[in-house]
Design a protein around this ligand. Structure first.
Ligand SMILES: [Zn+2]
Length: 291
């Protein structure tokens, strides 16, 4: 098969009423687990690195790893700079060869969010024009919390949903390709239970903004929240905390079972499998494949 652009896969997902899975990595084990899970279902997949994860893996190293998998297997695997907070950090990823960046300045006042986001969009367009690449820019409007970790309760301020009219204005003002609105989910796994996705607000934002939506904070959501969100115009779903949890639990179990083992291959292979299992489970749900 010939690989299409990420933009084309996103459009296709919208037409089919499904979503592309976005999974974060901070090591090679996660990358192998995610790729192998997506490949077993033949679905396109996006690998994400936050600023912290990118610092740990290496910017150019991440590009080389994903590019190698893409070219060697002729497979639609893409790379996203997840939640980058400055123009410089987003630019660094664009220059290095990332397919997509998320400029995250939702905490700033509206005008500053627009100015910084637009600067990234303009830069991505310029590089795309000069190189023949098609770099996508996503931005955030509304508070969805931060940190892919385990939280006791929903953080303060989360739960204020994005206004569809403001979303429309934001897309016009910035020219972004994808929007991450606040529609009920928050980053991390919430011990006391995740809030529900407001599918009606999502649908209104999708219609008024005219761009595909991206769901962040997917870890721990109920299945019907995912399916309702996807039906309402979400075309990419982010999963991070669930993979981190699966990794940790698999490593802990293996270390208990093999107290004398020192070979990382043996210690970490079950973690790759655990991540693969989460990815398969999530992708089946996002693509209406029988579970
Ligand atoms: Zn996120």
């Amino acid at each position: 098969m010939s690989i299409k652009t990420l933009r084309e896969y996103i459009t296709e997902a919208g037409e089919k009423g499904v979503a592309i899975g976005h999974f974060n990595i901070s090591n090679l084990e996660a990358l192998h687990g995610i790729f192998s899970g997506a490949q077993s279902l033949g679905l396109p997949v996006i690998i994400g690195l936050s600023e912290g994860e990118e610092g740990f893996v290496g910017t150019d190293e991440a590009v080389a790893l994903v590019r190698t998998l893409r070219e060697k297997n002729n497979y639609p695997i893409f790379l996203n700079a997840d939640h980058h907070a400055s123009f410089e950090s987003a630019k660094k990823c664009i220059d290095a060869g990332f397919d997509m960046v998320i400029i995250d300045c939702a905490k700033l006042p509206y005008a500053e969010n627009v100015a910084l986001t637009k600067k990234c969009v303009d830069y991505a367009r310029e590089v795309s024009k000069n190189t023949g690449r098609d770099i996508l820019v996503e931005a955030e409007l509304g508070y969805i919390g931060s940190g892919s970790n385990i939280k006791d309760t929903v953080p303060e301020g989360a739960g204020i949903l994005t206004d569809p009219e403001e979303a429309k204005r934001f897309v016009v003002d910035t020219g972004i390709d994808l929007l991450a609105p606040s529609i009920g989910s928050v980053h991390g796994i919430i011990k006391s239970g995740k809030p529900h996705i407001n599918a009606e607000v999502a649908k209104n934002i999708r219609e008024s903004s005219g761009v595909p939506l991206v769901l962040h904070g997917g870890s721990g959501l109920r299945d019907e929240d995912f399916t309702n969100a996807i039906k309402s115009g979400v075309q990419i779903v982010h999963i991070n905390s669930e993979l981190r949890l699966a990794f940790r639990q698999a490593v802990e179990k293996t270390m208990q079972e093999m107290p004398e083992e020192i070979n990382p291959v043996k210690l970490l292979t079950p973690a790759v499998e655990a991540i693969k299992a989460v990815v398969i489970n999530r992708l089946k749900l996002f693509n209406n494949l029988n579970q």
